[in-house]
Structures are given as C-alpha cells and as structure tokens.
Design a protein around this ligand. Structure first.
Ligand SMILES: C[S@@+](CC[C@H](N)C(=O)[O-])C[C@H]1O[C@@H](n2cnc3c(N)ncnc32)[C@H](O)[C@@H]1O
Length: 289
C-alpha cells in the first residue's frame, strides 16, 4: 500500500475548503486525494488523473465513497489543458502533482520498476507508450545509453555500464531486470544505495519522457488555475525540482504567481522514520496572483 508523502504539509498549503474544485494530476492510490476530498465536501468536484490504468482502478476503489464528485481520467498530465477544457471544469482552486511512481507500481505492477525483483524490462506507466525499457537497453547506441544514464540518473559509471550492456546484448537480447542488474553489479560496487538505483531511475524517466511531460504541464498551469488558486509539486529528483523552481521564479518575476514556499519543504523527522520514500521528497507551492 502506498503511503502518501508530506500529506499534512500538502493539506496545509493547498488549503482545500468546502465546495472547491481540485485536481490530483497523479492520483496513484488516492492517498492525498482522499484527504482533499474530505475537506472539499459536500459539493467540490475532483478530477483524478493518472497515466497508469491500474492506478486508476486502485484509486477508483479507494475513492468510491465520494461518488459522482470524482471524475477519473487515464491520461498524462502533459495533456492537462486539453483534459480540463474537454471536461468543462470552469473553476479550479488547487492542483497536486506527486511525481514518479507509487509503491504499488514498484512492488506489484510486474513491469520491472524494481531492481529487487526479476521481471520483464518494461517500466511504462501507460502500456500504450511506444517504447519499453527493453527496447532502450537493446536498441539505443552505446553513446545514447551513456547519455541518458548520465542525464537522468547522474550515474558516475554511465559510460562503463553502457559499454557492458552493449557487449552483453551482442551475445543475447537483455529481457529482464535480473539480467540488467547482473551487468550493472559487475561494474559497480555496493554502496549507500543499490548499484542499480540510478540506472533504473534513468531508464524509467526516458521510457516515460517524464521531464518533457512536466514541461508541457507547467506551460498550462496559469491557464487552468483560478485567481488565488494553488499548485503543489512533490518531486523526487533534482532535475524535476529545478524545473519547478525556475518556472516559478520566471512567472513570479512577471507578477503572474506568488511563491508560497521560498525553500522546498522536506519531510519531518517523524515522517522520515515511518516512510523511507519521503527521504528525497521536496514540496513547492505556488499561488496564482
Ligand atoms: C507517487 S505516485 C502518486 C501517489 C498518490 N499521491 C497517493 O497518495 O497515492 C505517482 C503517480 O503518478 C503517475 N504518473 C507518473 N507520470 C504521470 C503523468 N505524466 N501523468 C499522469 N500520471 C503520472 C504514476 O502512474 C503514479 O501512479
């Protein structure tokens, strides 16, 4: 079961109130959504978006008791403007983005998100996405592989690992996470984090084009939110956080938004103890001017 990160802080800064409309653009297992819905009762409408159809199934089950107030949408938040316009949601008081993957996806999807399990190398949130992690590992050139490992994973052994992958795939197509982990471990020592952590992160970002979806979504935010409407962004990767920070500074300079969190909010000592996923979480909040 996925434990929502920075829940108290998200509620404090998003300030959901009775009858306001909200969007959770990464609804996952519905952890944050459920609490927002309680606060926007009795008539606040709620749009629950997720790119993964299985997440939508889980969220639907979890949020069933809120009935017709919730609209479920299986799409990427990169298409948020289109989604909002198509569904004729006129007023939006707040929107939440909790990037990356959920514990349910990591542990139970069978799609190869975890280096702790031997599964197919897929890593797509949306199974309609054209490219899988297996395609990337077996088809990208050595330089291209090294580049994505460096860019999305900040992996110091990017070149060495890319080279080892290309050598191995000449013998036999690499099809499972287990096979990939074996190659990585042959080139990297165990340290504070598992040697495959950064490569898996980079592959997931590349498969799902995660940063370009964020870029598309950021452009749409000012068109979606009401005046005084708030957006909350929880990121787990320095590149994501930097994108949000720079976007917010830019709009703030033009007096289009107010930055509510001058510095990103991180998990309390208590949350860190109970939820290891909160370790790298950074929350930023903006308000429309
Ligand atoms: C960290 S989980 C969200 C957990 C949720 N806040 C909760 O409390 O249960 C992130 C979710 O975002 C979804 N996701 C990732 N990229 C997305 C995108 N571009 N558009 C929509 N959903 C996306 C994933 O499928 C995953 O279910």
């Amino acid at each position: 079961m996925h434990v929502p990160v920075l829940l108290k802080e998200v509620l404090k800064y998003l300030e959901p109130k009775a009858n306001q409309n909200f969007i959770d653009a990464t609804v996952g297992d519905g952890g944050h959504a459920k609490e927002i819905l309680k606060l926007t009762t009795p008539f606040g409408m709620f749009m629950a978006i997720d790119r993964d159809a299985d997440s939508i199934i889980r969220a639907r089950a979890d949020l069933e008791k809120f009935g017709k107030r919730v609209l479920f949408i299986n799409d990427s938040f990169g298409n948020i403007l289109n989604i909002v316009q198509k569904n004729k949601i006129r007023s939006v008081s707040g929107i939440l983005f909790d990037f990356g993957m959920s514990s349910s996806q990591l542990e139970n999807s069978g799609r190869g998100f975890s280096f702790q399990k031997d599964e197919i190398l897929d890593m797509r949130y949306d199974v309609k996405t054209p490219i899988t992690a297996e395609d990337i590992i077996n088809n990208y050139g050595e330089t291209e592989l090294a580049e994505i490992f460096k860019k999305w994973g900040e992996e110091p052994k990017a070149r060495l690992i890319a080279k080892a992958i290309v050598t191995e795939r000449k013998k036999k197509r690499i099809k499972t996470t287990g096979e990939l982990v074996k190659i990585i471990v042959s080139k990297k020592r165990f340290g504070r984090i598992h040697p495959a952590t950064l490569i898996f992160q980079a592959l997931r970002i590349e498969v799902n084009q995660e940063l370009s979806e964020i870029e598309k979504m950021l452009k749409a935010i000012p068109e979606i939110l009401d005046k005084d409407g708030r957006a909350a962004f929880i990121s787990f990767h320095s590149l994501e956080d930097r994108m949000i920070k720079n976007w917010a500074r830019n709009l703030n300079k033009k007096n289009l938004i107010e930055i509510i969190t001058k510095h990103p909010i991180t998990a309390s000592a208590e949350e860190l103890k109970n939820n290891p996923r909160s370790r790298s979480a950074k929350l930023r909040i903006i308000k429309m001017a």
